[in-house]
Design a protein around this ligand. Structure first.
Ligand code: BGC
Length: 731
């Protein structure tokens, strides 16, 4: 007998389910699970955070880790690190490891990836997100989602949508124009749905244009389901639902909460009562259950394929190797004058490693992205294990971090959803004692630096700053690190500066420093990767996926729009986010979007541009190919290395509120010493399109364009000017 389709089987199951059972399936029955229906062999859905690995096990009804030893996991590079690889394959590998570990831990849905736009460098969760550029996000999220889901576990892209600040995150109303949503804030989610086939989407905490995202009909019923054809599961962010009727009528399927009275959730008893009394139609509940059952079939949780469901695994050696591969490509060499780097391991005898981030462990912080890592190699450990026993490596903390207050009895996660949650990441007032300590730490570090042949500073931020629940208020490095770096550079101008952080910081000493290396929280092997790059065992190939502004007041979200307000934030800067704005008005930056150096030297030789014809499937869509580019690059050095060829498209005539150029294609290529290679890239209709609010659709614009190929948004090496006609032979 031919197997019945999912939909037929779902229909049959729905007929057998009681209203009470259906309601049990659509809300949390534990902090990270729903209720199953045993008599029909429908299991509960088990969720877990998050983007950097599978979070520790929680008690069902208490924000308390169970404290067992079987939930240590691989700690993966955060999404900012993954994005800095500019490597689609590695994004897929990150997803695969995450999916295998989630399934290995018995989860059905991993609450990742987080793909909100980095609108301001201050957003506390930037480290969980990828980029300021929607195209780069779209290109990376697709393989990542596919990687996760190959283990019969659902990815859950979050937080939909326009959730780019933490301040008053549950109550802030985010005002964004349709054009800005379509061009900047939606593309990553749309790609995850339409190209990645993502099984789940998490609604954001904030309101969008007056409606709570988790129950917004416009966003969920309209954009997500009607426009994009999403038939997976929508999960609320934890505590993101605020009204029973709204939740029933909106296309959300599962309500999750941070409190423990699960029966009192909006989509629990209150909904049951309203359906019983006829105020709400049961058909609305059926629709939600249908989506959940469809997901269960897709994950082989139910149905005839359940015996074949993948088992997954965690903490495998292969996972650790993969995590290291990703970390290596994520590290960005920002500056390297006089070939200060790489250091020569054979020549160093006594190395000073200065700064608390050299020795710090970061995996256990950051909010819901926290990880109980099986291990974490700090940069200091990485350097020591690379250099071995014949080199003296001496560590000095360099800067002092005052002791933290003891944690309260209630978990921050439950607290952080309350109104007027007032935590900020600002440093508390510095006491005289702290000042004294800092001075002493600096003196000790400078004295050590003078005695050693090599000085490496490792500072930056930590998860007291890069964290869920609050935003930063300054770009300045905490703990008076700038003073320390200044003093180190004064006595040792060749001090190598390594910054380990989740979002851009001010670098007032940037001119003086010769070598600056940047790493995001790069997972359990982050320290190994940094050491390998410092000592030349690896050639850096990371590129910034965001701009590094000199002054936060230059950021369009702050100067044109508003940011970190409590009631309303206005995205008045529109589509002028990140480099789209900075490059248009020529803002001085520390480092621009796409920047990153290599120990190799790449010469861009030629670019050819050839019109191509759209196929039957893509014709008329934004994916329709328009031009095929061939860019030839030569590695003019003695080291093998990787270059990321970036292609930007710049309209010759444009309005003031439109960007000078935007990223439309990229490819990472490996080149042997002396090798010359040609990479082909495709420009699609999307490169020439603008969202037309009147037509409610993207419209391709003819006219003159410059096609730019280069090494960053500010380092364009080749240009090709071209008239783009809608009637050209490529259409
Ligand atoms: C976060 C989500 C997370 C959820 C569950 C919320 O506080 O915003 O990203 O997945 O908690 O821990």
């Amino acid at each position: 007998m031919k197997t019945e389709t999912y939909e037929v089987q779902i229909g049959k199951l729905l007929e057998q389910l009681t209203l009470e059972e259906k309601i049990g399936m659509i809300h949390g029955a534990g902090l990270f699970r729903t209720e199953g229906v045993e008599r029909l062999s429908i299991p509960p859905l088990f969720f877990s955070d998050g983007p950097m690995g599978v979070r520790a096990e929680f008690a069902d009804n208490e924000w308390r880790n169970t404290g067992t030893t079987d939930d240590f996991v691989s700690y993966l590079p955060c999404n900012s690190a993954v994005a800095s690889t500019w490597n689609r394959e590695l994004a897929g590998e990150e997803g695969r490891v995450l999916g295998e570990e989630a399934r290995g831990r018995g989860k059905d849905m991993i609450l990742a990836p987080g793909i909100n736009i980095k609108r301001s460098p201050f957003c506390g969760r930037n480290f969980e997100y990828m980029s300021e550029d929607p195209y780069l996000i779209s290109e990376l999220v697709v393989p990542m989602v596919k990687g996760i889901q190959q283990s019969d576990v659902a990815a859950c892209v979050k937080h939909f949508a326009a959730n780019s600040q933490e301040t008053e995150r549950l109550w802030v109303d985010t005002k964004v124009s349709p054009q800005t949503l379509e061009e900047i804030y939606f593309p990553g989610f749309r790609a995850a749905v339409q190209k990645g086939g993502v099984h789940a989407v998490m609604g954001a905490y904030n309101l969008l244009n007056g409606e709570h995202c988790c129950t917004s009909k416009k966003l969920l019923n309209g954009t997500l389901r009607r426009d994009w054809g999403f038939d997976g599961v929508v999960v609320s962010d934890w505590g993101g639902v605020h009204d029973t009727r709204e939740a029933a009528e909106a296309a959300i399927d599962v309500e999750m909460e941070v409190t423990y009275d699960f029966d009192q959730q909006y989509m629990a008893e209150p909904l049951l009562k309203m359906v019983r009394s006829g105020e709400i139609s049961e058909a609305l509940i059926d629709e939600k259950v249908r989506n959940i059952l469809r997901l269960m079939f897709r994950l082989h949780m139910i149905g005839e394929k359940r015996e074949t469901r993948k088992t997954g695994t965690y903490n495998s050696r292969e996972h650790q190797d993969t995590v290291l591969k990703i970390a290596r490509e994520s590290v960005v060499l920002l500056k390297n004058e006089e070939e200060c780097l790489p250091l020569d391991a054979k020549k160093v005898k006594r190395v000073a490693v200065i700064g608390q981030n050299a020795a710090a462990i970061h995996s256990n912080g950051g909010g819901s992205a926290e990880i109980k890592a099986l291990y974490e190699i700090s940069p200091l450990l990485g350097i020591k294990k690379l250099l071995g026993g014949n080199v003296k490596v001496e560590y000095a903390p360099g800067y002092y971090i005052p002791g933290k207050e003891a944690q309260g009895s209630v978990n921050w996660q439950a607290d952080s959803t309350k109104k007027d949650w007032g935590k900020t990441s600002e440093e508390a007032e510095v006491s005289d004692e702290t000042k004294e300590c800092r001075k002493r730490f600096r003196e000790e570090a400078v004295a050590l630096a003078k005695e050693c042949d090599t000085v490496i500073f490792v500072g930056g931020l930590n998860h007291d700053f890069d964290s869920e629940g609050y935003d930063r208020t300054t770009l300045t490095l905490p703990y008076e690190q700038d003073a320390l770096i200044g003093e180190l550079l004064a006595v040792r101008p060749d001090t190598v500066i390594v910054l380990y952080a989740g979002s851009p910081v001010a670098m007032p000493w940037n001119e003086q420093a010769k070598a600056v290396l940047w790493s995001y929280y790069a997972g359990m092997e982050g320290g190994t990767a940094i050491a390998e790059i410092l000592f030349g065992k690896e050639n850096p190939s990371g590129r910034l996926a965001e701009s590094f502004p000199k002054d936060a007041n230059d950021c369009p979200a702050h100067t044109i729009g508003t940011f970190a307000k409590k009631d309303v934030v206005e995205y008045k800067e529109g589509v002028m986010v990140g480099y789209r704005y900075y490059d248009t008005v020529d803002t001085p930056l520390y480092y621009g979007f796409g920047h990153g150096l290599s120990y190799s030297r790449f010469v861009y030789k030629y670019m050819t541009v050839r019109p191509v014809t759209a196929s039957a499937e893509t014709g008329g869509t934004m994916d329709a190919p328009r031009y095929e580019l061939a860019v030839t690059v030569k590695n003019d050095s003695l080291r093998a290395g990787k270059e990321v060829v970036q292609v930007y498209v710049a309209p010759k005539e444009r309005q003031d509120d439109r960007p000078a150029h935007k990223l439309c294609a990229f490819e990472k290529m490996e080149l042997m010493p002396g090798e010359e290679k040609t990479v082909t890239l495709l420009l699609t209709a999307a490169a020439f399109s603008v969202y037309d609010e009147k037509q409610h659709a993207f419209a391709e614009k003819m006219g003159s364009y410059e096609i730019e190929a280069g090494s960053s948004s500010r380092d364009i090496r080749l240009r090709w000017e071209r008239e783009h006609f809608l009637s050209h032979p490529g259409r």
